[in-house]
Design a protein around this ligand. Structure first.
Ligand code: GDP
Ligand code: IMO
Ligand code: MG
Length: 428
């Protein structure tokens, strides 16, 4: 029985939430391996819409275990809020939600630091979600972080917080003139989460190890997208974790030898939120139309997403980096009615065409996309469930994308709802 990783192939918001929820029907465990409440994963069924930030996208299927791995950074307030919202809609979490005792905790001073750095100083603005993600991962790597397991030991927790408090108070005050809340109020706040959270905290490596040994179907859920990966994305305009498939190993404590497959979720065009290079970005009516028809507003911050054509350089890069076995194409319906659809096949810079993703920000920022053009279709594809019922040009477009990235599509999504999906190949 397979262990499968599902990753976003672009700059996030590809529709991972919808697809993971769909795939979850046939798995036993859904496990998030990185990121934090910067993510916004939308799931629609029975005419209702839910946006998950931290809790894995398998939570709406009863009897599925949902794991928050050690690679996730956990804001306790955001977690408790999300748990309450789910419980209010009738979702049972007890015995189903398990949080790694090795996950690092996002503290209020991480948010202060994130916003402080974004609002001035020497660094270029990244356009972060302001959720304290970068500073909390920085503390993790600097070995200064506070982990979920520390909540079990009040004296140890106090020591860890005290050391951080003294350091952050000085840094944040001198850099941004910020005052941290009183130490005791910060400590009491942290303690107050224990009652709600502690019973969900466990050693998730052992849980994953045992589930794998039992031959269970396991889906590892990536947040963000390949181009936001801290190592492989458009650095420095990235998030602070490894969103690519390898992150599932470190972020869940699963050995690479136990991962069987990787699936990529990819939009029929491209979007990005925040700053940073985006070679196929459109600044014309076509871009506006993609944003409007696709409702391209951030599920976490509500910011308008930048829109552009499909980028096969990005897609091929993601296929190789993640070892993608099959892709899921989302939002094909948003292209309905376009007379011509463009796809970028390479980047031209100073007379040279780059077929592969360059690392240099200068090239990425100033290259010109080389486009292939495809004829669009006038018919609606919204809600189509059968590939044969797609307009001929839509079928052709899908086939051309598959050829360009040398990878098959196993599903095509034709709307936000679970039902609005074409199944081409079985995932399991
Ligand atoms: P994620 O972060 O990758 O889970 O994606 P988001 O939830 O942030 O953004 C994807 C948006 O597109 C959500 O509003 C989804 O409901 C919506 N969506 C997903 N698939 C489709 C699709 O095939 N067609 C349309 N029109 N919307 C979709
Ligand atoms: P999902 O999982 C889209 C972007 C931010 C910013 C950069 C760094 O819903 O696809 P951060 O707060 O992580 O330090 O911000 O990353 N970003 C996302 N963009 N979807 C997301 O998540 C994102 N999570 C972070 O906009 O450019
Ligand atoms: Mg999202």
């Amino acid at each position: 029985m397979p262990v499968v990783v599902v990753v976003g192939m672009q700059w996030g918001d590809e529709g991972k939430g919808k697809i993971i929820d769909l795939l979850a029907e046939n798995v036993d465990v859904v496990a998030r391996y990185q990121g934090g409440h910067n993510a916004g994963h939308t799931i629609c069924f029975n005419e209702k819409q839910f946006v998950l930030h931290l809790i894995p996208s398998g939570i709406f299927h009863e009897n599925k275990l949902c794991v928050i791995g050690n690679g996730v950074v956990l804001d306790p307030q955001a977690l408790v809020d999300e748990m309450r919202q789910l419980e209010e809609t009738g979702v049972n979490l007890e015995g189903r939600l398990v949080i790694s005792d090795r996950a690092n905790i996002i503290m209020p001073y991480h948010g202060t630091s994130d916003k402080g750095r974004e609002s001035g100083g020497g660094f270029q603005k990244i356009g972060t979600t302001g959720r304290g993600i970068g500073p909390s991962y920085a503390d993790k790597i600097a070995r200064a972080g506070i982990r979920a397991c520390d909540l079990r030991d009040e004296a140890y927790l106090k020591d860890r917080l005290q050391a951080n408090y003294q350091e952050k108070q000085k840094i944040l005050n001198s850099l941004y003139g910020s005052e941290l809340p009183e130490f005791n109020s910060l400590f009491d706040e942290l303690l107050s989460y224990r009652e709600t959270i502690l019973k969900y905290i466990a050693d998730t490596h052992i849980l994953m190890r045992d589930q794998i040994a039992l031959g269970k179907n396991i889906l590892c859920e990536g947040a963000q997208g390949t181009m936001l990966d801290v190592d492989h994305g458009t650095y420095p305009f990235v998030t602070s974790s490894n969103s690519t498939a390898g992150g599932a190993c470190t972020g869940l404590g699963i050995p690479p030898t136990k991962i069987d497959k990787a699936f990529g979720v990819i939009k029929a065009y491209t979007t990005r939120v925040g700053e940073g290079p985006f070679p196929t970005e459109l600044f014309d009516g076509d871009g506006e139309r993609l944003g409007k028809v696709g409702h391209e507003f951030g599920a976490t911050t509500g910011r308008a997403r930048r829109c552009g054509w499909f980028d096969a350089v990005v897609a091929r890069y993601g296929v190789h980096l993640n070892g993608i076995d099959a892709l899921v194409l989302t939002k094909i319906d948003v292209l309905d009615g376009f007379k011509t659809i463009k796809v970028c096949t390479g980047y031209e810079y100073k007379g040279k065409v780059f077929p592969d993703m360059p690392a240099d920000p200068e090239i990425l920022q100033n290259c010109k996309p080389v486009y292939a053009e495809f004829e669009g279709w006038s018919e609606s594809t919204v809600g189509i469930q059968d590939f044969d019922r797609l307009p001929e040009n839509a079928k052709r477009y899908i086939q051309q994308l598959s050829d360009l990235v040398e990878t098959p599509f196993m599903m095509v999504s034709t709307g936000p709802d679970r039902e609005q999906t074409i199944q081409l190949e079985s995932a399991f």
